[in-house]
Design a binder for this molecule. Sequence first.
Ligand code: DC
Length: 244
Amino acid sequence: MVDASMLETLSRSTESCRRKPNIAIDGPAGAGKTTIARLAARRLGFTYVSTGSLYRAITLGLIRRRVDIESFEQAPDQDSVLKTIDVSLSYEAGEPRIYLDGEDVTDRLSDPEVTESVSEVARIPSVRAFLLDLQRSCAQGGGVVMDGRDIGSVVLPDAEYKFFLTASVEERTRRRLLELSAKGLEVAEEEIRHIIEKRDRIDSTRSVSPLCKAEGAIEIDTSGKSIDQVLEELLSYVAEPRMS
Ligand code: DC
């Protein structure tokens, strides 16, 4: 005879068989996380979540509220200011769109004023705590490829697959220069290199959730490799669907 608890166990194990795995991809700026995470999600039929975009949306929210970012960490009303910022995520034709206070701000998130301040904002503990639930809720049902700095270590420590993408500073500078020149922007190589090194320093030395390779993460050095090579290397580790 099958009783209710056996049925529940059976349904839970069927559920875990069907549940798609989550994939965490961390690494420094310019290592290729966004490109690879987006392509991997497309190939697997998973949902892509860029957590950097969420930090960027909060940064834009603070800028629009004319908050002084340098002193925000000491402000007594941090939590109440953050509570007024409504950040959400939705998908159009499988592509993520980020909303700030009801407005689609996806195309504003790489504006220089946002990029300049986002590392400073992302190091503030109250901001990190504020975004934690939103990030976790995105991955609740499985089937998510999430990229960031602390996904494998803090946000999704139970992710089935964890990757840490790296590339030399020279390579990352070169990629950024190419990206900017494709947009018709000419910036001195030294300046780009300096910005990358500064972001690395802030991201890796902050007190809460610094950029680090999570335990058990597979490291992929993307220097000198094509996008296809990195994608295939990463996917070669992913057995999908995971039937365990
Ligand atoms: O990936 P990105 O360049 O869009 O990230 C923007 C900033 O946000 C970057 O300085 C690191 C920070 N960030 C973070 O601290 N933790 C994350 N999970 C994602 C991004």
